[in-house]
Design a protein around this ligand. Structure first.
Ligand SMILES: Nc1ncnc2c1ncn2[C@@H]1O[C@H](COP(=O)(O)OP(=O)(O)OP(=O)(O)O)[C@@H](O)[C@H]1O
Ligand SMILES: [Mg+2]
Length: 259
């Protein structure tokens, strides 16, 4: 478990619109990499290219390479469904299947990927995944109840449990805490800190304190003007990006002067 991602000369398009231009970056295994930058600079677009979710959008296409431990995800021989089982994603709004039970929500991805799993294996996997998502103690007595009956923070941890149940190599998170209260946010941050023992984690966040707290590396994206492509401006150790940025625009952004 846990592989690194190398992005090489990546351009990302919606039809003719070049949304993100010429990204070169490495996301290390067993670490947390944060993607920050002003609204519209292409953070979500870029993140979706890392598990081939971008190409599901009409007109969505890429140029360049995304290598998972050296293997190009965009190689013709690669099945995008397999890519998405290796590289899971957690979204801004918790999106459990509302009528499905908590237990079945955890197993949803597993059932999609593989065919059969015995009841006892499923029970063990549900417990392991919910423990991994720091949710087990809160839900163990109501696994048959619908996922929609949980609080927002619990629903987000349920989505993380669903993501880790398939044993991915990488977990992508797009502003996973933006719909959550401060306590739930801290719970998710603690969890991210634990997840990096086993997984490669990439997270988009607008919260500078959060990026500083949870990430090892930070990548700052920016756009020159509306309609121009987003670009990766600066990438490095999180402490350097926040305390000793090399670029003026990085400094302005992390100190809250724009964005
Ligand atoms: N489905 C789409 N079709 C066409 N253009 C899109 C689509 N989604 C996003 N874009 C455009 O791509 C650019 C980057 O958008 P993206 O959502 O990646 O930005 P972002 O950095 O995630 O912003 P935010 O911080 O507001 O979430 C924007 O110009 C946006 O309008
Ligand atoms: Mg976004």
């Amino acid at each position: 478990m846990s592989k690194r991602i190398d992005v090489k000369d990546l351009n990302v398009y919606y039809g003719k619109f070049l949304a993100v231009e010429d990204v070169n970056v490495t996301i290390e295994a067993r670490s947390v990499t944060a993607f920050i930058g002003p609204s519209g600079c292409g953070k979500s677009t870029f993140l979706r290219t890392l598990n081939r979710m971008h190409e599901v959008i009409p007109g969505g296409r890429v140029e360049g390479e995304v290598l998972l431990d050296g293997d190009d995800l965009y190689d013709d021989a690669v099945d995008p469904v397999h890519v998405r089982s290796q590289i899971g994603m957690v979204f801004q709004r918790p999106n459990p299947f509302p009528t499905m039970s908590i237990r079945d929500n955890v197993l949803a991805g597993v059932k999609l990927n593989s065919k059969r799993i015995s009841k006892s294996d499923a029970d063990a996997l549900v417990e392991k995944s919910l423990r991994g998502a720091n949710l087990w103690n809160e839900v163990k007595d109501r696994l048959a109840r619908p996922g929609s009956g949980l609080s927002g923070g619990q629903q987000q941890r349920l989505c993380i449990a669903r993501a880790i149940a398939v044993s991915p190599e990488v977990i992508l998170m797009d502003e996973p805490c933006s719909a959550l209260d401060p306590i739930s946010t801290l719970a998710i941050e603690d969890l991210i800190n634990e997840l990096k023992n086993d997984y490669t984690v990439a997270i988009v966040t607008h919260n500078m304190q959060q990026a500083a707290r949870v990430s090892d590396k930070t990548a700052f994206f920016n756009i020159a003007a509306t309609g121009k492509p987003g670009k990766l401006i600066e990438f490095g150790d999180t402490s350097d990006i926040f305390n000793r940025p090399k670029e003026k625009s990085t400094e302005d952004y992390v100190s809250g002067r724009f964005g």
